[in-house]
Design a binder for this molecule. Structure first.
Ligand SMILES: C[S@@+](CC[C@H](N)C(=O)[O-])C[C@H]1O[C@@H](n2cnc3c(N)ncnc32)[C@H](O)[C@@H]1O
Length: 234
């Protein structure tokens, strides 16, 4: 059986480093570049634009990291959605004043919700959309079912981009030395691909009775994209 036939979760180094550890700081810089290489900000912006019908008032990103990813998304959407209240949920508060100001410059206000995702979502109110990027693969299928139940109860639209679990992304993730990625990123990237998704695996974990239409497919060479929309067909 191929080593990629089943999801394989293993600890990621970045998750255990202190916020200000120089190796973590460098790895978050690598992550910003990898997101661009994967095209994920553009994929998420496209999914949001397609599935969120009226201009949203409130958007939540779970596992938001330093907010750089969502800033790229926001810049693509700000013309049509000039005033959004964004909540960035993460175990760590990594939003710099400069990045907060960059959001403000396009009319988006930002609240940081520093919490474990399960605790943060337990207390969360409603959002017009919830997003995740390179986050869901941290969790096993049972935890994802619980997470998806909760997300489906607080939003009509959920969109996510995750590593596509396949041979080409795995090979590419083992070659990150060529872009100068540090040891943390070179460890975590292949681990993320092995824990990633393929086929309709995310759809299979979404609550079937919640009344959402689901879309899931590979986008570009590295990404598994997922959208869930209440009521209609995506
Ligand atoms: C690979 S990073 C992705 C960050 C961001 N989405 C991006 O694309 O740059 C994963 C993020 O998930 C956060 N995280 C991991 N487990 C978490 C949990 N149980 N609850 C909240 N945040 C978590 C980490 O702190 C980290 O910032």
């Amino acid at each position: 059986m191929s080593e990629l036939a089943q999801r394989r979760l293993s600890p990621e180094i970045l998750d255990d480093l202190a916020e200000s550890d120089p190796r973590a700081v460098a790895s978050r810089g690598d992550l910003r570049r990898l997101n661009v290489l994967m095209g994920n900000p553009w994929i998420i912006a496209g999914l949001l634009a397609r599935h969120v019908e009226a201009p949203p008032r409130r958007i939540l990103e779970i596992g938001a990291g330093d907010g750089a990813f969502m800033l790229r998304v926001a810049r693509r959407l700000a013309k049509r959605w000039p005033k959004v209240e964004l909540t960035l949920l993460d175990r760590q508060d990594l939003l710099t004043p400069e990045r907060r100001a960059a959001f403000a410059a396009i009319g988006w206000s930002v609240e940081v919700l520093q919490a474990d995702v399960f605790e943060g979502l337990a207390a969360a109110e409603r959002f017009d959309a919830v997003t995740a990027n390179l986050f869901l693969h941290h969790f096993d299928d049972a935890a994802l079912r619980t997470l998806f139940e909760r997300i489906a109860s607080i939003t009509p639209v959920f969109v996510a981009t995750e590593p596509w679990r396949a041979g080409f992304p795995l090979m590419a993730s083992r070659m990150l030395r060529v872009i100068g990625a540090n040891d943390v990123t070179r460890h975590d990237a292949p681990a993320s691909v092995r824990a990633g998704f393929r086929g309709r695996e995310l759809s299979g974990l979404w609550p079937a009775d919640a009344g959402f239409a689901l879309e899931e497919r590979r986008r570009g060479p590295f990404t598994q994209a997922f959208a869930a929309k209440a009521g209609t067909s995506p």
